[in-house]
Design a binder for this molecule. Structure first.
Ligand SMILES: C[S@@+](CC[C@H](N)C(=O)[O-])C[C@H]1O[C@@H](n2cnc3c(N)ncnc32)[C@H](O)[C@@H]1O
Length: 199
């Protein structure tokens, strides 16, 4: 395997979960590369939910999917991932977050810690046993560093009997390269297995 970067590693961690997946989520569709990855590697009956707050991103994603004849598998949702539970009530097999901003677009439309954690919290409550969530974070600039810290603090207190949480990173790259958090649900426990955001 060629070790490359956090985004490619996210695909490696998610891939084994996709062959039998029914519902998967790209929480940050952006240019559509991760949505395409999910659509390409799941059965035809799988539904991919792809969120973004920018129509520009969803349009690019739609074009990419249409070109590969995969548009029918994907629900494109122009809304914040923090409203995930407005659209999803079923169990989830895989969830991907690729935080930050859309390259070439307004940096103010970056993900932010509060909505990211709210979305991750909602998605974790729907994750199947054996389901995986990945969160790629970008600590190389100030906003990304703060978001990375907030995500870490949220994940570090998840109940270890319910979730296995790991962090992958390159160790010999300069300038704080992206990190990847990988969360697997390992056991079914009632929702109290997840620390409440209000605690
Ligand atoms: C780094 S890009 C994602 C890259 C994308 N996964 C790809 O494959 O090209 C991050 C995206 O998150 C989106 N975003 C920011 N805040 C969001 C939110 N609250 N809900 C959903 N998407 C959001 C941005 O608009 C941007 O397109």
């Amino acid at each position: 395997m060629v070790v490359a970067n956090a985004v490619r590693m996210a695909h490696q961690f998610i891939l084994p979960r996709l062959a039998n997946a029914r519902t998967v989520v790209d929480a940050t569709a952006g240019n559509g590369n991760d949505t395409l990855f999910l659509a390409e590697n799941t059965p035809d009956a799988t539904t991919v939910f792809a969120f973004d707050i920018q129509q520009q991103g969803l349009s690019k994603t739609e074009t990419l999917l249409t070109g590969r004849n995969l548009r029918h598998k994907v629900r494109l949702i122009l809304d914040s991932h923090s409203h995930l539970n407005k659209y999803l009530h079923q169990q989830l097999d895989a969830v991907m977050f690729n935080l930050g901003y859309l390259p070439g677009s307004d940096h103010k439309l970056s993900t932010n810690p509060a909505t990211t954690i709210e979305a991750a919290h909602q998605a974790l409550q729907l994750l199947n046993i054996g389901g995986v969530m990945t969160i790629a974070v970008y600590p190389g600039y100030e906003h990304g560093r703060l978001e990375c810290q907030a995500v870490y603090e949220y994940l570090a207190i998840l109940n270890q009997k319910v979730f296995s949480v790991a962090c992958w990173s390159m160790v010999n790259q300069k300038n704080n390269p992206p990190l990847l958090y990988v969360i697997e649900k390992i056991r079914s426990e009632p929702l109290e297995g997840i620390t409440s955001l209000k605690d």
